[in-house]
Design a protein around this ligand. Structure first.
Ligand SMILES: Nc1ncnc2c1ncn2[C@@H]1O[C@H](COP(=O)(O)OP(=O)(O)OP(=O)(O)O)[C@@H](O)[C@H]1O
Ligand SMILES: [Mg+2]
Length: 164
């Protein structure tokens, strides 16, 4: 299979959030050329994980042992991808509070996957999860674009049809 781009990983992370019954999901993408860094943060108000569950979630061996692995890419693959691109993946989570997944990579690293079609990933996430509030910010060198489904919970949240 071709290597997943970051938009596919982001969709996968947001799917984890909706499966954890999140009602509010925030996505923040920051590209900073001066710092040569790219970071992606997804936070949710879902059911969260205990420390033991979180350890298991990040363990690639545990993950590959399960039989029902569908189209998902999983946190371990994104962690490996981030580390190969000069960065890291960090997850903080607490039961009944929610989860935050933070990914950082070197912006110009040869092994950093392209962002890909983030608008399409967002449209899929929003359309398949009506009633979930999505807040998105995309910042490039200090210039921030935002959108929210707050006023349009069933719609496409104003996600434009073109690719970022
Ligand atoms: N946002 C989250 N809130 C609560 N639990 C989570 C969250 N993200 C991940 N988890 C837990 O971590 C596990 C591993 O997540 P991961 O995305 O790696 O694999 P998966 O979702 O089980 O399978 P796949 O993504 O490969 O279909 C999940 O099954 C879930 O139990
Ligand atoms: Mg998953």
């Amino acid at each position: 299979m071709t290597m997943p781009d970051l938009a596919m990983h982001i969709l996968d992370i947001m799917e984890n959030s909706t499966r954890a019954e999140a009602k509010h999901i925030s996505l923040e993408i920051v590209e900073d050329h001066a710092r040569n860094s790219m970071s992606i943060t997804v936070s949710d108000d879902g059911k969260g994980m205990t420390a033991a569950e979180l350890n298991r979630a990040l363990d690639p061996f545990y993950t590959t042992k399960r039989e029902r692995r569908t189209v998902g890419l999983g946190l371990p693959l994104l962690k490996e991808t981030a580390e190969q691109a000069g960065g890291f993946l960090a997850v903080s989570s607490a039961p009944r509070k929610g989860t935050e997944v933070r990914v950082r990579m070197t912006l110009d690293h040869i092994d950093r996957p392209p962002l890909g079609d983030i608008n399409q990933a967002l449209r899929i996430a929003i359309r398949t999860n009506p009633g979930v509030l999505f807040d998105v910010t995309y910042t490039v060198d200090g210039e921030t674009e935002t959108f929210t489904t707050r006023d349009d919970p069933q719609g496409n949240g104003g996600v434009p049809d073109n690719t970022v």
